[in-house]
Design a protein around this ligand. Structure first.
Ligand SMILES: *Cc1c(COP(=O)(O)O)cnc(C)c1O
Length: 369
């Protein structure tokens, strides 16, 4: 087996290293900031692309006991590696899948009166705890105001349900000054006041940094665990968790006037040395970074020139020592010097999308404490 792994390493075009100890460090930083409130962990979308089978147990070892995913299948995957964790499905009950919730001990976030009724219709002895989501202003999932009012008028609609907590989700948490933040917090508080003694969950990653009045009882960070900056515009308080490196396949010299790549979008204005790297947009490296992205080769910052294609990126390595820019050398595409936030900004997206786009062709390794 080790030799097969070594062979797979030798023939890979790119290497993705996930630092599990950095994920754990981020969990501890967020927990510390939360004080008495519980820090749960959002591991939807394969733990934001990092690999839930490795990431969820690492978070468990760091102290997380409650996990959130988007889909029932994702919850089953978490169950496989964490048999005693509480796993909540944010997307609701997925009508027709109720039996799977019971069979696997998966907890639903109930998002409507209809889902609450459907959950109550199942055998009480087999039902794991549920949560109820209230829509405080995102207009996406959860009880809208009229359904919330009906529930407040008739709490017997919840009879027999073991309720873990009430929850809601912020729309603009990464904008500290956005007026919707406090409006949502107020609406959620007003709703929860009608259910005294019930635990409350509100903050995502950025919500944790809005202040302790946003913490309530259980926070649900995702992206900050994986190194995304929860406070855009300020220094990132989280540790970087992923490093992506790729190998140079070929190096060539082109003359002034020659172009590079599809569409000939880059033309050399002087003799130029081009290195071609074995990663492309099929690996989740956004094509928007064509002619604007940059990466690192040893200690040199190197610009991407020409279009990024499906499997390849072309770099201008003119002026670098030849023994550095040579076939087989590794370039750093994502890491501490070019972060997921840097890349997201250049590509016109968010670090969430950079992470969840990471492809399946990398040779993956996990660094543990
Ligand atoms: C994805 C998600 C989170 C985690 O959000 P981050 O911004 O990644 O911390 C929390 N709550 C809900 C409802 C979500 O959908």
């Amino acid at each position: 087996m080790p030799t097969e792994r070594a062979a797979a390493h030798a023939r890979a075009g790119a290497y993705l290293e996930v630092d599990l100890s950095a994920v754990q460090e981020n969990y501890r930083r967020l927990s510390g900031r939360l004080g008495r409130a519980e820090c749960a962990a959002v591991v939807k979308a394969d733990a934001y692309g990092l690999g839930v089978a490795k990431v969820a147990p690492a978070l468990w070892a760091a102290g997380a006991r409650r996990f959130f995913v988007a889909l029932p299948d994702e919850a089953i995957a978490v169950r496989k590696v964490l048999p005693t964790a509480q796993v909540f499905v944010l997307g609701g009950l997925f009508g027709g899948a109720e039996r799977d919730y019971l069979a696997h001990g998966i907890c639903p976030v109930l998002n409507s009166l209809g889902e609450i009724a459907a959950w109550r219709a199942l055998p009480p002895a087999e039902r794991p705890p549920a949560a109820i989501q209230f829509d405080s202003g995102l207009s996406r999932l959860g009880l809208p105001a009229d359904e919330a009012a009906r529930l407040i008028d008739d709490p017997s609609l919840l009879e027999g349900i073991e309720l873990g907590f009430l929850m809601s989700h912020l729309a603009c948490a990464e904008e500290q000054e956005h007026p919707l933040n406090s409006r949502q917090r107020q609406a959620f508080s007003d709703f929860c006041r009608r259910f005294p003694r019930m635990r409350r969950s509100f903050a995502n990653s950025s919500g944790i940094f809005l202040g302790s009045e946003y913490h309530f009882d259980i926070a649900r960070p995702g992206v900050a665990l994986y190194g995304g900056n929860p406070t855009p515009g300020c220094e990132n308080p989280m540790a970087s968790c992923v490093r992506l490196r790729s190998r140079i396949l070929q190096v060539r010299d082109i003359a002034r006037g020659e172009s590079v790549g599809y569409g000939a979008t880059f033309t050399a204005t002087q003799p130029t040395r081009i290195a071609t790297v074995a990663t492309g947009y099929a690996d989740g490296y956004s094509r928007y970074l064509s002619n604007i992205g940059r990466l690192w080769l040893a200690d040199y910052c190197v610009p991407i020139v020409g279009r990024i294609s499906m499997d390849l990126i072309t770099l201008d390595v003119s002026g670098l020592p030849a023994d550095i820019s040579m076939p087989g050398a590794l370039v750093d595409l994502i890491g501490e010097r070019e972060t997921i936030d840097d890349i997201a900004e250049k590509a016109g997206t968010i670090p969430y999308e950079v992470l969840t786009s990471l492809g399946g062709r990398f040779h993956r390794t996990y660094k543990e404490a």
